[in-house]
Design a binder for this molecule. Structure first.
Ligand SMILES: *Cc1c(COP(=O)(O)O)cnc(C)c1O
Length: 361
């Protein structure tokens, strides 16, 4: 054995578990990573191609033109926006900048696994807060806050549970957090949410000095492979993050495609409307099979089976029929399988396969 050692915390990281989507034929139904079923805007594809002419050049150092487009689109201040190589990079930068050895970060029990990974990487200690009805519990989170707490992460809506906190709960959460603790609102699925009591975090960022909102182009904009995330926060926080952000962290094709995708509001609306139609239909049909579905406002649902073993059997049954879903045992949900909302024809096939599984079981 060599004497070389990673710094404390690193080997305590449970590596991020991806899906098995890679292998298999063209006709697979890949509904394992909450990617958009409807694909990117044709305008984004076009912008991506055109940008290849500049491949020998470094991109903008700070994705300025994408930040300007985001500011313009959402009515935000460009200096309060930072872009990342996926929002995962921003989660990492936020954690590195604000938490270290001896510090704690809080997230909900079944929250997105990037939070404990980023926390350990920073040398800090992740603290899960228990949930109620598979939903973040404001009081449980606030109970975990102590003098070591540096960051509270909330995926809103949460992946993989699909549940969310409405405006009142969010305000109550923020009101209970000391102002020297950072509240990170991860709104990766914001564009899908159609309930009226939801705000992705813009309102809180405007009012408070300790809130940052992260967003992504990986979900409704269907640009997951280009790795584009962004965050909106107070100038002081953005300034801190900018100091440790690797320069040129968003590529020229990503910037070009992101700007074009943002401008294609019709495409985005169509994707949102289709999801808003297919999600409740799929939930109802799944329930009609006698299965339990957790209510979701995202572009995915989790479906419950009798046990860990049944969940694995269902997962395998679907997989062997070319349907790739996601097990979520790593999120503390071993009896559940996560299914992203794909196209209507795909979801019909999924229901057919689920029916066959239930009948055979
Ligand atoms: C998918 C997802 C993201 C997006 O990550 P990117 O790095 O931007 O692709 C962020 N947060 C949550 C909760 C997600 O599910």
């Amino acid at each position: 054995m060599g004497r070389l050692k990673a710094k404390p915390g690193v080997l305590q990281i449970t590596p991020y578990a991806g899906s098995e989507a890679g292998a298999g034929g063209e006709d697979r139904i890949v509904i394992s990573s909450n990617e958009s079923a409807f694909g990117p805007s044709s305008r984004a594809l076009e912008a991506y191609s055109v940008s290849s002419e500049e491949m020998q050049r470094y991109p903008e150092i700070d994705a300025r033109s994408l930040r300007m487009a985001l500011a313009d689109h959402h009515g935000l201040e460009v200096e309060k926006i930072i872009c990342g190589c996926g929002s995962d990079q921003l989660i990492n930068l936020i954690t590195l900048a604000y938490a270290g050895p001896g510090d704690e970060t809080i997230f909900s029990e079944h929250g997105f696994t990037m939070y404990p990974i980023a926390t350990r990487a920073a040398g800090a200690t992740p603290v899960p807060a228990s949930e109620t009805n598979l939903t973040a519990d404001v009081d449980a989170i606030l109970d975990c806050v102590n003098e070591r707490t540096r960051i509270v992460f909330l995926a809103n809506p949460n992946n993989p549970t699909g549940t969310y906190l409405g405006n009142d709960a969010l305000r109550r959460l923020h009101a209970g957090i000391p102002d020297d603790v950072l509240l990170v609102l991860d709104a990766a699925y914001a564009e899908y949410v159609v309930t009226p009591d939801y705000d992705p975090g813009v309102e809180l960022v405007r009012k408070a000095s300790n809130v940052i909102m992260t967003r992504t182009f990986s979900k409704i904009f269907a640009l997951a492979s280009l790795r584009i995330g962004w965050a909106y926060g107070p100038t002081e926080i953005i300034d801190v993050l900018d100091r440790i952000r690797p320069p040129f962290n968003v590529s020229t094709p990503a910037i070009a495609a992101g700007i074009a995708a943002l401008a294609d509001t019709e495409h985005t609306a169509r994707s949102r409307d289709l999801n808003a139609e297919l999600l409740p239909w799929f939930m109802e049909e799944t329930k009609a099979l006698g299965l339990t579905v957790n209510p979701s406002v995202g572009n995915f649902v989790i479906v419950r089976f009798d046990s860990d073993i049944h969940a694995e059997a269902a997962y395998r049954f679907l997989f062997e029929r070319g349907i790739v879903t996601r097990r979520v045992g790593g999120y503390g949900l071993p009896e559940w399988v996560r299914i992203s909302i794909g196209r209507r024809d795909e979801m019909r096939d999924v229901l057919e396969a689920l029916r066959a599984f239930v009948v055979a079981a």
